[in-house]
Design a protein around this ligand. Structure first.
Ligand code: FES
Ligand code: FES
Length: 213
């Protein structure tokens, strides 16, 4: 077998293992970034470069997780596809990988009280911070007032943007508990809803603000 053919085969194998590793859900949700990371992994495999991993602790929804991460892994990828050191998947899939380049807000989580795009933060940089995902907003069976208001106003269609909007809205109301309509629009400008449910979302945020006062 020629060297070039051997290399192509190695790349294909590493590509297959990588796709298997991240799971088909992530692949279906966002093709471009997956291909980008895959190329990186394949390149590392071709050059024989070792990918360093580090054990870190992340505080997520008031629980401490010890996870093993590669330096290039984003907080979003660890929340969704990371494993703790006992081999349990974190499986916090509320934050969505939509654009994975800081443009849509689908992956919004709170970090130390501020809304952050989890796709734009390295997991390593989240150490020592309080991370809250949409899974951490409800109190047992009691939904957070923002979640209740989204249901009350039917503020979703496909629902893919909803977890990001809910966390962004909660974070926004933490800073501005009694906003005007214009302030809500501005405050949530970092989140995109492709189904166009904005009027319902803005009404939901107004209702939530009244409930929270
Ligand atoms: S997925 Fe993070 S901003 Fe779009
Ligand atoms: S409800 Fe479909 S993208 Fe917002």
């Amino acid at each position: 077998m020629s060297k070039e053919k051997e290399q192509n085969q190695e790349t294909a194998i590493s590509r297959r293992s990588f796709l298997k590793g991240v799971g088909t859900g992530a692949v279906a949700a966002s093709v471009a970034p997956t291909v980008f990371i895959d190329a990186e992994t394949a390149a590392a495999a071709q050059t024989g470069e070792e990918i360093n991993r580090a054990k870190i602790k992340l505080n997520i929804n008031a629980q401490t997780y010890e996870v093993e991460v590669e330096p290039r892994m984003t907080l979003l990828s660890v929340l969704r596809d990371g494993f703790d050191t006992s081999g349990n998947r974190l499986d916090l899939t509320g934050a969505k990988p939509i654009c994975e380049r800081g443009e849509c807000g689908g992956c919004t989580v709170q970090v130390d009280g501020k809304a952050v795009y989890a796709c734009m933060m390295l997991a390593l940089d989240a150490q020592g911070k309080q991370i809250t995902t949409v899974e951490g907003l409800a109190n047992g069976d009691n939904l957070h007032p923002v979640q209740e208001a989204f249901i009350q106003h039917d503020a979703l269609m496909c629902g893919f943007c909803t977890p990001g909007f809910v966390v962004a809205a909660k974070s926004f109301l933490d800073q501005n508990p009694s906003p005007s309509h214009e302030e809500i629009k501005e405050g949530l400008a970092g989140n995109i809803c492709r189904c166009g449910t904005y009027p319902f979302i803005f009404e939901a945020v107004k209702t939530a603000s009244r409930k929270l006062l």
